[in-house]
Design a protein around this ligand. Structure first.
Ligand code: CU1
Length: 521
């Protein structure tokens, strides 16, 4: 709106469609992510139902492959990433004392590209032939030479997501670097802001690489190039190098904001300042830098030179050092604190323990000769689900419970929150822990059927999956209930602790309920 217009509050659908308000856009990102969680989660339920017993029962093998592919793509690009962008929109301006994001119209566009990107991706399910069925990593030549016709729509969808992410990252960086309140120096920023600043640089560095690899696919498929086609002088292994040069930093894009959220929550419920603030900043930066030189640990089995395998093994192991610093700092923050165990804290503590399990299995598979045993087995599936579900998703739950009172003006139902936590905690381990054993015993990933001896652990995993999937409906209910009413939240929600988080702000963080439409200037 230009300055000569009167200020007005848009109502109805216009409030959301044309929003330039960081809170409304943050809310839309979070709801979008939540919707995608149920779509991608529904696909996981189909996968686990088919794998409940050996033999083919519910679905065709090709449809199974479509489910694993879309499940992975939707969870990575449609759930975890948008959820963190939603948190960034809500929290970064408030935490640094800025009135909004620096580029509010671009913020609107970043969000509204996403429904089209995922509309395109999901519509492939209804296209002639098949949806993408080559795994979320879409390795050539499976995706190039043998991919279904819908692959071109998949490529377009990935391009759209990339554009959205790059615009979102530019916005985060410009906001943090230019819009901090007086006195808010970089080393005074809340850790969540730091982790997002670093994440945004990672995104800007690697999303163009992803765009590059899908563009090479596009021209290989349609315009006669041979980037990944051996018969034309190309190299399919190069696909894996380019993909994982994007893919490994992408893993950190999904985990650094989680570290940020956990680093806000642990001090609050420990009634202590975060232990080792500056070491947290440096550890986050080190992880980000190292994430660029470890990509080939995903492809030890392609036949790399020994020197390459050694380099990528040792570089990967180095990441354990800054990660260990973080786990140490969180633990030291809790040490001798006056701990209380509200739902956000429970999810945060579970995050520390379970993410560490995922970290350690990652350390195991970083060892090149050992990885030859694990490669393409369920051990890998167990590993990255510990990192991304009990890691990233649990951090999102923790953050959602922690900030729901600020976002809605109401307290969520603590009893229901605890029930959601405990059932999620137990079921997620029943779901993913047996996958370690399946992998060690040699069960390959991405298969719709398996040998008889894998039945018991698969049944455990499926039962865990159905419970874990089902209990997320309770979370949906808790969120809706909290939005619609409940005990009013004060502006010091987490008694005596909230002050710690915002104490560096020049004035107390403003408290806004999102039930009032914001002003548009
Ligand atoms: Cu990696």
């Amino acid at each position: 709106m230009s300055e000569d217009h009167h200020d007005h509050k848009p109502t109805g659908i216009g409030r959301w469609l044309f929003s330039t308000n960081h809170k409304d856009i943050g809310t839309m990102y979070l709801w979008f992510s939540f919707l995608m969680l149920f779509i991608g989660g529904g696909m996981a339920m189909i996968i686990r139902a088919e794998l409940y017993q050996p033999g083919m029962q519910l679905i065709e093998p090709d449809f199974f492959n479509q489910m694993t592919t879309l499940h992975g793509l939707i969870m990575v690009f449609g759930v975890i990433m948008p959820a963190f962008v939603g948190f960034a929109n809500w929290l970064v301006p408030m935490m640094i004392g800025a009135p909004d994001m620096a580029l509010p119209r671009m913020n609107n566009m970043s969000f509204w590209i996403l429904p089209f990107a995922f509309g395109t991706l999901i519509s492939t399910l209804f296209m002639e032939g098949s949806a993408p069925n080559f795994g979320w990593t879409f390795y050539a030549p499976l995706s190039t030479t043998y991919g279904p016709a819908s692959t071109d729509y998949f490529i377009f969808g990935v391009h759209l997501m990339g554009i959205s992410s790059i615009m979102g990252s530019i916005n985060v960086i410009v906001t943090i670097l230019n819009m901090r309140a007086p006195g808010m120096t970089l080393m005074k920023m809340p850790i969540f802001v730091w982790t997002w600043l670093i994440t945004a640089f990672l995104l800007i560095a690697v999303m163009p690489v992803l765009a590059g690899v899908v563009t090479m696919m596009l021209t290989d498929r349609n315009f006669g190039t041979s980037f990944f086609e051996a018969s034309g002088g190309g190299d399919p292994v190069m696909f894996q190098h380019v993909f994982w040069f994007f893919g490994h930093p992408e893993v950190y894009i999904m985990i650094l904001p989680s570290f940020g959220i956990i680093s806000q929550i642990i001090p609050t419920f420990s009634r202590k300042k975060l232990f080792g603030y500056s070491s947290m900043v440096y550890a986050t930066s080190s992880i980000a830098i190292l994430s660029f030189i470890v990509w080939a640990h995903h492809m030890y089995t392609v036949g790399m030179p020994l020197a390459g395998e050694l380099f990528f093994m040792l570089a990967t192991m180095l990441i354990a050092v800054p990660t260990g610093v973080k786990v140490f700092n969180w633990t030291a923050t809790m040490w001798r604190g006056s701990l209380t165990f509200e739902t956000p804290m429970m999810f945060a503590i579970a995050f520390i323990i379970l993410f560490t399990i995922g970290g350690f299995s990652g350390l195991m598979m970083s060892i090149t000769p050992v990885d030859f045993q694990y490669h393409d087995t369920y051990f890998i599936v167990a590993h990255f689900h510990y990192v991304l579900v009990t890691g990233a998703l649990f951090a999102i739950f923790a953050g959602a419970y922690y900030w729901l009172p600020k976002w809605t003006g109401n307290m969520y139902d603590e009893t229901l929150g605890k029930i959601h936590f405990w059932i999620s905690l137990v079921s997620v381990n029943v779901l993913f822990f047996p996958m370690h054993f399946l992998g060690l015993a040699g069960m390959p990933r991405r298969i719709p059927d398996y040998a008889l001896q894998f039945t018991d652990f698969n049944q455990m995993a499926s039962i865990g999956a159905f419970v874990f999937g089902g209990i997320q409906l309770l979370f949906l209910y808790i969120v809706i209930k909290c939005i619609r009413g409940g005990e009013k939240a004060t502006d010091r929600v987490w008694e005596g602790a909230e002050g710690l988080e915002f104490e560096q702000l020049p004035s107390p963080a403003p408290f806004h309920s999102f039930t009032e439409a914001p002003e548009v200037k």
